[in-house]
Design a protein around this ligand. Structure first.
Ligand SMILES: Nc1ncnc2c1ncn2[C@@H]1O[C@H](COP(=O)(O)OP(=O)(O)O)[C@@H](O)[C@H]1O
Ligand SMILES: [Mg+2]
Length: 341
């Protein structure tokens, strides 16, 4: 085993991270050789369906549960071995924190600040940072769910951490609350912090994330910049054309990738190309790797007239679905060994 290369420009890095839970029914691998890299600065979406190992990973990073194997670094510092050296640079919400309902937001934070030895003046600053400056003197119980969650975020800011880790912070919030948390996370990253946010709903994070990792069954399936991942999916063009069999052949001859989106009525997908070479009825193809103009040129050259031409860009959501479907995810809850099917 070679000496591990430690990259200090990464806020979070894991290699071969593994965690198996022992349950009454046997063992369950929750994290299965996870290699995660979160760059320093920006919002990183840690994405995966329920049960894919997000919370377990976060708990291991924070020293709340022990890893079975693998290495973890926070800002280049090995954890959990040297966690005390970096823990003040990390703020996290893993479980919903509890606040006193009849105390004001300000008073709740002042108590926390005292407990962790943060100067009381910091309380007003963090309330401002999450946009609660004007509501700090109202009782916690009068807050909306979004405000309650923002108070939780404010609490993590008391120590002025460089890295914030939020485990599904928008769970249970209404659209307005989700919007509040999103813009708060974006603002914190724009101030120079790193925000690692987990979610099982891609669209919730896609808009504000700079980089993402998509995990399934405890492993990283894709990782990179949002723009890069969507770009890697490639642009495709939906083409409606008569004689779709002939059209598909002409486009394939030019080296483009052609898939059937919809075939003429009564067509067997497997034999579609052969049997319906000369079908009069229009079919729908998806063509990848070609500009709409090239498609029109190739088909017109064969005397085939395009009736519909719609460029489509794969969203992260689609990539996520494809990746997780390829993995056979989500994993259905398994009945014990000899249980009923
Ligand atoms: N304390 C535990 N004991 C046993 N199994 C657990 C425990 N916590 C999580 N798991 C299992 O580990 C897997 C990953 O869970 P988790 O990390 O919570 O995923 P996520 O946060 O992505 O939903 C799931 O199959 C879950 O049922
Ligand atoms: Mg979770």
């Amino acid at each position: 085993m070679g000496a591990p290369v430690v990259d200090e420009t990464l806020a979070v890095s894991t290699r071969g991270l593994r965690k198996t839970y022992r349950t009454l029914r046997g063992t369950r691998v929750a994290v299965h050789g996870l290699d995660l890299d979160v760059p320093s600065g920006g919002v990183h979406g840690f994405l995966g369906p329920n049960g894919s190992g997000k919370t377990t990973t976060i708990r291991m990073l924070l020293g709340l549960t022990r890893a079975d194997a693998g290495t973890m670094h926070l800002f280049g510092t090995p954890v959990p071995r040297s966690l005390p050296r970096v823990i003040d640079r990390v703020g996290a919400i893993v479980e919903s924190p509890t606040f006193f309902p009849s105390f004001t937001g300000h008073r709740n934070l002042a108590l926390l600040a005292e407990a962790i030895g943060t100067p009381p003046a910091r309380v007003d600053e963090v309330l401002d940072e999450v946009g609660l400056g004007a509501r700090g003197r109202d009782t916690f119980r009068s807050y909306s769910l979004g405000m309650k969650q923002r108070l939780a975020i404010a609490a993590t800011l008391l120590k002025s951490p460089d890295l914030l880790i939020f485990d599904e912070p928008t769970n249970g919030l209404d659209p307005a609350g989700i919007h509040e948390i999103r813009s708060t996370m974006r603002r914190l990253a724009d101030e120079g912090r790193t925000v690692l946010v987990s979610s099982h709903i891609l669209s919730e994070v896609e808009q504000i994330a700079d980089t993402v990792s998509i995990i399934g069954r405890g492993r990283v399936l894709a990782q990179g910049s949002v723009a890069g991942l969507i770009g890697a999916g490639g642009e495709s063009v939906e083409v409606g054309v008569k004689h779709p069999g002939a059209a598909a052949r002409a486009l394939r001859d030019e080296g483009f990738t052609v898939d059937w989106l919809a075939l003429p009525r009564g067509t067997d997908a497997a034999d579609g190309l052969r049997e319906y070479h000369d079908a009069e009825e229009a079919g729908l193809l998806t063509v990848t790797g070609a500009e709409p103009g090239e498609i029109t040129r190739v088909l017109a050259g064969k005397g085939l007239w395009v009736e519909r031409l719609v460029p489509s860009r794969r969203g992260l959501e689609q990539i996520f679905l494809e990746l997780t479907e390829a993995e056979g995810l989500p994993t259905p809850a398994r009945a014990p060994g000899r249980g009923a099917a």
